[in-house]
Design a binder for this molecule. Structure first.
Ligand SMILES: Cc1ncc(COP(=O)(O)O)c(C=O)c1O
Length: 289
């Protein structure tokens, strides 16, 4: 796992690695494990960042992307490529996040679980690569569920600040949050192969193109959605109306309101259905017009 962090994420300097039981449990329990009292999370975000703060009774503050506007906190989440928007942080935005972690002495946790599916032609950039060997207050979160379609294995990992990961390990081992050895072996095998990841990235990209074309013809505006697993789009109506329209065609989408108030007029469509199903969905949309 260390080799993968060095080779693929570009981590350098002192860092530690810890396997987790998928990344969702880590996201949900990290504020509790680290006793963080104030937690920042993106305004449009994967709901578990908020849930994790609620479990611990931490003050959760939704924030914009630009870290120079963030209030002081003990922990801040970023997620790039994003679920649900498919937005990718620019290098400048990541650097601003690193400056925040250093100047505020606050932990920044970068959820990079979709990093293996970057925008077409772009190289994925981990926050650890930009840290240039100084990983203090920085942790990157990764998941085998996304990278290698191993969701059922419940396998993830965190990489970064050795001291903080040491503290996390200490609490987790007393809470029984250990990853079984056979799963760790499977993780090592999957992390050692990039071919299947590149093939899957191609698949998502092809599906995105097919479905985006049909959605645009149906009057949707696609926002961000350059990377990761999702199309984030709007018809400037309530997200429930868009979901209902697609449901009428037998297509399942998620209302953007699930990810925060700012998503109230968007929907999220996942590229996880098969190639045939995606093509069928695009055909149904086009036929309905
Ligand atoms: C942004 C983000 N982080 C973490 C997870 C958790 O994934 P897993 O627990 O399967 O590793 C998900 C799953 O959808 C996600 O979208």
């Amino acid at each position: 796992m260390r080799n993968w962090a060095t080779k693929i994420l570009g981590a350098t300097g002192e860092f530690d690695v810890l396997p987790t039981i998928g990344s969702k449990e880590l996201v949900a329990w990290l504020p509790t494990i680290l006793e963080a009292k104030t937690v920042l999370y993106p305004k449009v975000a994967y709901p578990t960042y908020l849930v994790g703060s609620m479990i611990h009774g931490a003050k959760a503050i939704p924030v914009d992307i630009d870290a120079s506007t963030w209030p002081k906190s003990e922990m801040a989440w970023i997620n790039s490529p994003s679920n649900p928007t498919g937005r990718v942080h620019s290098v400048e935005e990541l650097q601003s996040v690193i400056s925040y972690a250093r100047s505020q002495n606050s932990l920044v946790v970068s959820d990079e679980c979709y990093i293996s599916f970057p925008a077409k032609g772009a190289a994925p950039v981990s926050i650890l690569k930009l840290a240039n060997g100084d990983n203090k207050n920085l942790i990157a979160v990764h998941s085998m569920s996304k990278r290698s379609n191993l969701a059922g294995y419940r396998a993830g990992l965190i990489v970064g600040d050795a001291e903080i990961i040491g503290q996390i390990r200490e609490v987790r081992k007393h809470a029984g949050m250990m990853v079984p050895l056979p799963i760790q072996r499977a993780m090592t095998a999957a992390l050692g192969d990039e071919t299947h990841v590149a093939e899957q990235a191609e698949r998502y990209s092809a599906r995105r193109e097919i479905l985006s074309g049909a959605l645009i013809k149906a009057g949707f505006q696609i926002d961000f959605s350059t990377a990761g697993l999702y199309i984030w789009c709007t018809r400037n109506e309530s997200s429930w109306d868009s979901v209902a329209w697609l449901a009428g065609l037998g297509i399942l989408a998620t209302p953007g309101i699930f990810y925060g108030e700012a998503g109230a007029q968007h929907i999220r469509i996942a590229m996880t259905a098969s190639d045939t199903q995606i093509k069928d969905a695009a055909d149904r949309i086009l036929k309905s017009l």
